[in-house]
Design a protein around this ligand. Structure first.
Ligand SMILES: Nc1nc2c(ncn2[C@@H]2O[C@H](COP(=O)(O)OP(=O)(O)OP(=O)(O)O)[C@@H](O)[C@H]2O)c(=O)[nH]1
Ligand SMILES: [Mg+2]
Length: 319
């Protein structure tokens, strides 16, 4: 049964892929078993993460990048992590409608995932979804994350190339630049270049980036775009391709792939450990003594947690 699903997906069955992604999201064990077969066949796609301030134009840009990539004959997968906040509900609906124009193109696969309040704005099934798209043979996978700052930063561990999108006229831009995105961007995009303050933003970004050392033999460029009209998006796709070439020739591709594997692995370990611990703590009776010792200040939380971890995870030396 699983091998049938795997064969179907590898053979390009879009419906089977969509069903598997849904089942993975619902944590159905059979779906995970099918993923095993696909994982072995994945590993060729170029995963491009897009992060940036809310409303900077990430989705519009992703949509135009899909168009540019299709013109070049590339097949594309898009994973859009929707913010769960009800405020941005309208924007999400907008994204869907915008992206719908690619729905008839069987070489494009778009999947929206809810952020579900997980760390880094990356839902747990992001990695699984990317694996399915990769196994389907997509050349390019665009991963749009919700949020910036500490949240958006996690995308760096899930992509080969990280795009940081900023747009003028948003008070939080320089704040966002400071909040750690300067270390994660491989390509900076100043979007909304039709806006009168865009030059100013590009200048302050250039200044902020000055002195950051080139990473993997790549000097971080700043690309100006106007995503609504598509201006600059073809050039941006070329730069994305150039970054891939730089990674491959400098042997950094393997390093990044390894880091992505590590992030996905770590995410599963953390979730597994958290679930295990929650399950254990739910057995109230066993812990009542600990809780009451803590509440009455007979024990302190650090020592109690250390000793509980030692017991639960069988760790010999726990810091
Ligand atoms: N003037 C102008 N508006 C733009 C440009 N690019 C995007 N927009 C508009 O900016 C708004 C937000 O664009 P989105 O693509 O939804 O931005 P986003 O970063 O995906 O937003 P979230 O996912 O909600 O954080 C939309 O109304 C777009 O039409 C641009 O180049 N110029
Ligand atoms: Mg968006």
């Amino acid at each position: 049964m699983n091998s049938l699903i795997v064969r179907r997906i590898l053979g390009g069955d879009v419906g089977a892929a969509a069903r598997l992604m849904r089942d993975l999201d619902d944590e159905i064990p059979a779906a995970r078993a099918a993923l095993r077969g696909l994982y072995a066949r994945a590993g060729r796609a170029h995963v491009v993460g897009i992060t940036g301030s809310p409303g900077a134009g990430k989705s519009t840009l992703a949509d135009k990048l899909v168009e540019a990539a299709r013109r070049k004959g590339q097949t594309v997968g898009v994973v859009a992590v929707d913010p769960t906040s009800p405020i941005s509900g309208g924007a999400v609906l907008g994204d869907r409608i915008r992206m719908q124009r690619h729905a008839a193109d069987e070489k494009v696969f778009i999947r929206s995932l809810a952020a579900r309040g997980s760390v880094g704005g990356l839902s747990r099934s992001v990695f699984d979804t990317v694996t399915v798209l990769d196994a389907m043979g997509k050349d390019l996978i665009i991963l749009e994350t919700a949020g910036v700052g500490q949240d958006g930063i996690k995308v760096a561990g899930a992509a080969h190339t990280v795009l940081v999108v900023l747009s003028p006229g948003q008070g939080d831009d320089i704040q966002a630049i400071k909040a750690g995105v300067l270390e994660i961007g491989d390509i900076y995009v100043v979007n909304k270049c039709d806006h009168r303050y865009s030059e100013q933003l590009a200048r302050s970004l250039l200044l902020a980036l000055e002195g950051t050392a080139p990473r993997d033999g790549w000097t971080t460029p700043i690309i100006k775009t106007e995503a609504v009209s598509g201006k600059g998006t073809r050039e941006l796709l070329d730069v994305i391709g150039a970054h891939r070439s730089a990674l491959v020739s400098g042997r950094a591709w393997e390093r990044r792939s390894m880091n992505m594997a590590r992030t996905a692995f770590m995410e599963l370990l953390e979730t597994g450990a958290r679930e295990f611990i929650s399950g254990e703590l739910a057995r109230e009776k066993r812990w009542r003594r600990t809780f009451s010792d803590l509440a009455s200040r007979r024990a302190d939380p650090h020592s109690a947690a250390r000793s509980a971890l030692r017991k639960l995870l069988n760790i010999k030396a726990c810091k």
